[in-house]
Structure formats: C-alpha cells, structure tokens
Write a protein that binds this ligand. Structure first.
Ligand code: AMP
Length: 364
C-alpha cells in the first residue's frame, strides 16, 4: 500500500514512521525540499496547486491523507476526484476558516466563545455590541500557533488591530477567562467505528503548545464524557475518517470549543509511548478501514515541545522513562524542532519527571 501525505512536516514523518511496521509505504507533497518527511520517504517538491505535480504525486497511490490543514481545499478536491482522500475535504475546508469552523461547532450543538465576523469597518459597531471586551481579533484564515491575533481592550483598538492584521476578514472573539485548556483526539474509521483518547491538558506559551499532560490531571469523568459527545457529533456529521483533534477551554463544568485540526495533532504526541496505540498508527488504521487499536493510556504521560532551540540531549536521555524525538529541522525562533515524552505509573511521578526535563528546556 502506498499512501500519499499532503504536507511533509513532522506529523507526516511520524505518520510514516508508524506505518512502516505495518508494511505501508509513503509519498509526501510539500513545497519545501527540506521537509522532514523527505528524510524517511519519497517527497514530491512542488506548490500544492501545481496540477502537473499533483498528477505525479497521485500516480500509483492507494489513498491520500494530510498532515497540514492549510493545503488548499481545491487540491484536496482535485485529488478526491481521482483517489480516496481522508479525512473528507469538507473537514479541511471548514477548519481553514475560523467562521466556518465556529458554525460547524454550533451546528453540532457545541458551545463556543461569543464571536462576531469583522470583514471591514462597517462591521466594527455591530461586533463590539455582540462581543464583550477584552476580546481577541483573529484572522479567519491562516492563523496558527497564536499568529494572526491581536488583543482588543478598548473599542478604539479594534480599527487599529484590524489594519495591523492586514485588513483581511477577521473574527472578534471574547477573551475567555478559562481555568485550563484541554484537547480531545477522536478517531473514526472507514467502518464508522469511533475511539477517543483520554483528555489532554495543554499549556501554551505565546500561543504555541508547550506542554501536554495526559490524562488531563484536573479533568473529571463527566468532562471526558462531555468532550466525547461533542467530538462524536462532528465525526458523525462529517462522516469523518481519521484522527480529529478538538481544543477546548474549560470553564467550570463547561467546555467551549476553540478550534479543530483535521489531522494528527501535537497534543497527541504522547500517545507514541503513552498509549497502547499511537495516534499515528490509529490514523492509518482508520483511513485504511482496518480495525482500530486500543487507546488505553499506559500510565501517566507528559509531552514537552522543543521550540526554537534543541537542548542538550544526553542528560535528558539519562532520565528514566524519557523519550526524545527530533524532527531534523533547522533551528529557528518559535519553530517546533522536536518533543520529549515522559511516562510514569502515577501522576505524581510523571510531574516529578516533567520538572526534571524542564530544567533543560526553555520556551520562547
Ligand atoms: P488559537 O490559535 O485560536 O488556538 O489560539 C492560541 C492560544 O491562544 C489558545 O490555545 C489560547 O491559549 C489562546 N486563546 C485563543 N483564543 C482565546 C480566547 N478566546 N480566550 C482566551 N485565550 C484564547
């Protein structure tokens, strides 16, 4: 089986590494010749909208998936007319636009922060009526890791922020004083079988994921059930196939959906060592129509992202139950270069190991 991956980043690389034991082969498509997937698989280097390159990429593939959600929807649809593409292009297209994404959450009965579309100055007054301050102005498209966002404390700041973000279509969104952030990874297979991982508690630094802990230390069983109900609604509505990650803000016993990613997700990297089946293997099983694996956690895990610089690896490898993953990327500010996973039998031991790893790691 030859699987095509749109995007050649670390997620694609980890998908391929999970697929080799299952006898799978991979071909990536990425505009960047140094994309990490290219170190372990065939890589077609071309822009995503290059039709001739897409034909070359598609030749001989059994199916296509993606590891990057800003692949143009038209690329996914072009390939879907020729091959099986999972997750469905609709999930990709709706997740690329924060307004479409929020509408999808609402259609599925999932609460979201108060928001209003801001396409231009004519919308300012209405948006300020609908959304209490402080708020965040977010570009509808191409925002990630906290990019494309501005804080709005006063009505006057809105016009300035909108211009600073490039005068593009935006959303004004209330600032949620959340207690903490969680994500849930749901997986639906081609057969309609659904599994979930345990809720993960995520800590972001300047909008970038820094640390994930699983199971989420503060989340109750009721919160897990609620999150599963919400994610199942999306999976079923889109007849989704593959891993879907949904990020939520926790406010008391409520969950407000922030955003979704129609792909394997950074907050699921702990599953490589910390769950019976990793998110990468599970995604492949799902898109191939194979039985899903067990998502049972192996004790308690934490994942620490390596951002901007790679710390000294040897002392970290000297810690018990500690695993290092490097993606083969050139260091650059705010860039995800690798991650570390620690695994332990109790939450207390896990947190102690996490503390030891953090002596070597810094965040931007
Ligand atoms: P996003 O790119 O929308 O996921 O935002 C990145 C991070 O910024 C989130 O994980 C939160 O930590 C923070 N953030 C985003 N939206 C809000 C909000 N409405 N209220 C409070 N914090 C937010």
């Amino acid at each position: 089986m030859l699987i095509g991956i749109l995007g050649g980043g670390q997620l694609g690389r980890m998908l391929a590494l999970a697929g080799y034991p299952l006898g799978l082969r991979f071909r990536g498509l990425d505009p960047n010749a140094n994309a990490p997937l290219g170190q372990v698989a065939e890589l077609v280097v071309a822009p995503y909208d290059d039709r001739l390159a897409l034909e070359r990429f598609a030749a001989g593939l059994d199916l296509v998936t993606y590891e990057f959600e800003n692949v143009p929807g038209s690329t996914a649809e072009f390939l879907a007319a020729r091959l099986s593409v999972s997750p469905p292009p609709e999930a990709l297209i709706r997740s690329q636009d924060r307004l479409e994404e929020k509408r999808l959450f609402e259609e599925c009965g999932i609460p979201v922060p108060r928001y209003a579309p801001v396409s231009g100055p004519d919308d300012f007054a209405q948006a300020l009526d609908a959304v209490p301050l402080p708020a965040l102005l977010k570009t509808r498209r191409l925002g990630y890791d906290g990019r494309g966002q501005a804080q709005i404390h006063t009505a006057e700041e809105l016009a300035l922020a909108w211009e600073r973000l490039g005068g593009v279509p935006c959303l004004l969104e209330e600032f949620v004083p959340f207690e903490y952030e969680v994500s849930l990874l749901g997986v639906r297979s081609r057969r309609g079988e659904i599994t979930f991982y345990t809720l993960v508690e995520n800590r972001h630094v300047e909008g970038i994921l820094a640390i994930s802990r699983a199971p989420a230390p503060r989340a109750s069983t009721a919160l897990q059930t609620l999150a599963q109900q919400y994610v199942a609604a999306i999976l079923n509505r889109l007849e989704y196939v593959g891993v879907l990650a949904v990020e939520f803000f926790v406010v008391g016993d409520r969950l407000l959906a922030n955003e979704m990613a129609p792909r394997v997700h950074n907050s699921g990297h702990w599953t490589i060592e910390g769950a019976e089946t990793s998110q990468f293997e599970q995604h492949l099983r799902a898109i191939l129509g194979w039985p899903l694996g067990s998502t049972t956690p192996r004790g308690h895990s934490a994942m620490i992202n390596l951002l901007s610089v790679i710390p000294p690896i040897e002392p970290i490898l000297g810690l018990p139950n500690t695993h290092v993953h490097l993606y083969g990327k050139e260091p650059r500010p705010r860039r995800k270069l690798g991650h570390i996973t620690v695994r332990a039998d109790s939450a207390h031991e896990r947190d102690e190991l996490l503390r030891q790893v953090l002596e070597f790691v810094s965040f931007p």
